[in-house]
Design a protein around this ligand. Structure first.
Ligand code: LP5
Ligand code: MN
Length: 268
């Protein structure tokens, strides 16, 4: 039985914001987005990699200015509308303490959203990258509660150093990996569709925003959320979100035409 979440009204979903001290313009873009969401959406789901690296909820005791600003904006959104947080491969250590701090609800790694447009299988997406064996090994270990407990028992300064080295290790590792290996494995997508009768799949992680048919499961499509990046090249400002309103699911990317599909019960 999958985790099911019934949501009413207009839903906005964003992921891969990678908020952090080195991305001030992306942080400002996100604060602007939150303000728009406050007035145009009823529910907001942040689908993982919200932060560029999350080293433990206890950092909220003495937050960096950017984190205090983001947390305050999330709290004020959540005082008016339901806010859900999903964990990604950078912020899998996000915990109940931070969720409570921003008045949000933590979601499991996979959830079936029961919406006005239909049933939508949502996850961060890293769990589908099964051909990336090095990553799946990393994921296997860092999800171990005992290792997380060990890591979280370290001083914040040491945790930051370990996170920085993990980030560097990741950047190095990616140089030698093919694009295919770092994308979702088609068989994993088929298995997810076979396990869940849904009208659409939504995930992030790959930083390859698009809408894909799923051969053999038409008209179910796989919607990939945009990653956000406004700090390194103004021309290449990246970002966007998925909206679910009425029977329509739309992918909105900054500077690109919206892609929409009317979902419907006839699909399942
Ligand atoms: O993240 P990104 O986009 O660069 O690449 C991802 C995969 N890499 C990761 C690693 C993260 O970037 C690391 C984030 C640090 C979080 C802080 C907590 C750290 C310790 C927690 C201990 C409980 O997700 C990358 C994929 C790519 O997506 C595309 O899908 O290819 O996978 C890899 O690079 C696999 C490497 O093997 C990862 C190596 C990390 C080194 C591990 C050292 C840390 C051990 C800590 C022990 C206490
Ligand atoms: Mn990711």
């Amino acid at each position: 039985m999958s985790n099911k979440l019934t949501l009413a009204g207009t839903i906005w979903i964003a992921a891969d914001l990678h908020l952090g001290p080195d991305n001030p313009d992306t942080v400002q873009d996100f604060l602007q987005f939150l303000h728009s969401a406050q007035h145009q959406a009823h529910v907001l789901i942040l689908g993982g990699d919200i932060f560029n690296a999350w080293i433990g909820d206890d950092q909220i005791a003495h937050p960096a200015p950017w984190l205090a600003q983001v947390s305050e904006a999330l709290r004020s959104f959540a005082q008016q509308h339901p806010l859900y947080l999903m964990r990604g491969n950078r912020d899998f250590l996000l915990g109940k303490a931070y969720a409570q701090h921003v008045h949000a609800t933590l979601l499991p790694d996979q959830v079936v959203l029961d919406t006005s447009a239909g049933l939508i299988l949502m996850s961060h997406g890293d769990e589908y990258c099964l051909d990336d064996l090095a990553y799946q090994r990393f994921r296997y270990w860092v999800r171990k509660p005992w290792l997380q407990k060990l890591y979280l028992a370290c001083p914040l300064s040491l945790r930051q150093r370990i996170a920085d080295s993990a980030r560097a290790g990741s950047q190095r590792g990616k140089q030698y990996k093919s694009k295919e290996i770092m994308d979702v494995q088609p068989a994993a997508i088929v298995a997810a569709c076979e396990a869940h009768s849904v009208h659409a799949m939504v995930h992030g992680h790959t930083h390859r925003p698009a809408v894909h048919d799923i051969p053999g499961f038409e008209p179910v499509r796989r919607w990939v959320l945009p990653d956000w990046e406004s700090d390194f090249s103004k021309e290449e400002r990246r970002g966007g979100y998925i909206s679910i309103e009425g029977t329509q699911l739309c992918l909105h990317q900054w500077g690109k035409k919206d892609q929409c599909q009317t979902l419907g019960p006839q699909q399942v």
